[in-house]
Design a protein around this ligand. Structure first.
Ligand SMILES: NC(=O)c1ccc[n+]([C@@H]2O[C@H](COP(=O)([O-])OP(=O)(O)OC[C@H]3O[C@@H](n4cnc5c(N)ncnc54)[C@H](OP(=O)(O)O)[C@@H]3O)[C@@H](O)[C@H]2O)c1
Length: 322
């Protein structure tokens, strides 16, 4: 059972998810939170990771470190997306097993389910069909991470939970147009177009439906997963590795999302859809009933979450332009 003094390593604490988890655990008064910057501990280096685990006497591990990016970054750097994610997760999961951690949380992603999964996607859809080409490398690495977790769980009896979050957005996101995900990418485009009195080009037809979850809701799901008793987990999963979708169950089209962001920003130009650009899967929302059974539910509505993120981004851009 996790205690306020448990030694918890948040790998990737500077990222979107990691920073939110760190903030939440601090707020809940966990006093032994272990973090390390990439320049001091590159998680691709096994030797250093092993030394770090030994020295820090880690008890709980939350793996928020990964090479993450949008469609463009994924299609341009498949080698790095596959290799770096395999290296990071192999090293961390190997040490979690070697040093007998009390619990490890590994994050998969909704985008690693097969391209033509029936929606809402259930956890047992994993590996049931062909992957989406644009993020194949990332998906293969994440699937290997889930399988490794499953093997360590069943072969060595170690406590690992895998969460499968839907598309996440939040304040500490990557707001670069070219490498970021859809929400931060769109926010950047709209803010720039407003400043320069230009129109906005959205990639694709705008028709695909997507599900978005605020990062603080994901941190809460991670928190629930850290605290849940083995007994309760056993009741639901028996001898299977706990694999749990984390989503809102709500879809929005990219067109409506662009309109919503445009309205919040008070953008007056035109929104143009570049239909030459591939749309990806048409619909991709998760069935998150299992996670809800553990006592979690999302609290932040999309409009409210976007308003928060945009207002913080506005201030940051304003400060940078002064
Ligand atoms: N964002 C989403 O929409 C989404 C959706 C589903 C699942 N997830 C999963 O959630 C997890 C976190 O994603 P995120 O969006 O928070 O990503 P992120 O913002 O890019 O954060 C990733 C973190 O990993 C760190 N990192 C990367 N390579 C490293 C290395 N070699 N050594 C040490 N640290 C390294 C980064 O450090 P630096 O900051 O120093 O670069 C950063 O802090 C990932 O597993 C991702 O697959 C994310």
């Amino acid at each position: 059972m996790i205690k306020k003094k448990s030694r918890i390593f948040i790998a990737g604490h500077n990222g979107l998810v990691g920073s939110s988890v760190l903030g939440l655990l601090k707020k809940k008064n966990y006093s032994n939170l272990i973090i390390e910057n990439k320049r001091n501990l590159d998680l691709r280096n096994y030797h250093n990771v092993d030394k770090f685990f030994k020295k820090k006497k880690i008890e709980f591990l939350i793996i928020c470190a990964a090479r993450v990016g949008g469609i463009m970054a994924n299609s341009k750097y498949p080698t790095e997306f596959l290799l770096e994610n395999l290296q990071i997760q192999n090293n961390l999961l190997t040490c979690a097993n070697k040093y007998n951690l009390k619990r490890t949380i590994f994050l998969g992603s909704s985008c690693i389910y097969p391209k033509y999964s029936k929606t809402p996607i259930k956890e047992n859809n994993l590996l049931n069909g062909k992957l989406e080409k644009t993020n194949e490398a990332y998906a293969l690495a994440k699937i290997a991470g889930i399988k490794l977790s499953q093997f360590i769980y069943s072969q060595y009896g170690k406590d690992i939970i895998c969460l499968m979050p839907t598309n996440i957005y939040g304040t500490n996101d990557n707001f670069q147009e070219k490498t970021g995900h859809v929400i931060p990418g769109l926010i950047t485009k709209f803010l720039k177009a407003k400043r320069n009195r230009k129109d906005v080009e959205v990639l694709g037809t705008g028709k695909p439906l997507r599900e978005f979850l605020h990062v603080d809701d994901l941190s809460n799901a991670i928190y629930v997963s850290l605290k849940i008793s083995k007994k309760k987990l056993k009741k639901i999963f028996d001898s299977e590795l706990p694999l749990l979708n984390v989503g809102t169950g709500q879809n929005i089209s990219i067109k409506n999302l662009a309109n919503l962001i445009s309205k919040i920003i008070n953008f007056k130009g035109k929104i143009l859809f570049n239909k030459q650009f591939p749309d990806g899967t048409y619909k991709k929302n998760l069935d998150s009933r299992l996670m809800r059974k553990l006592g979690w539910s999302p609290k932040i509505k999309l409009k409210e979450g976007l308003e928060k993120v945009i207002s913080k981004r506005y201030q940051k851009v304003k400060r940078a332009n002064r």
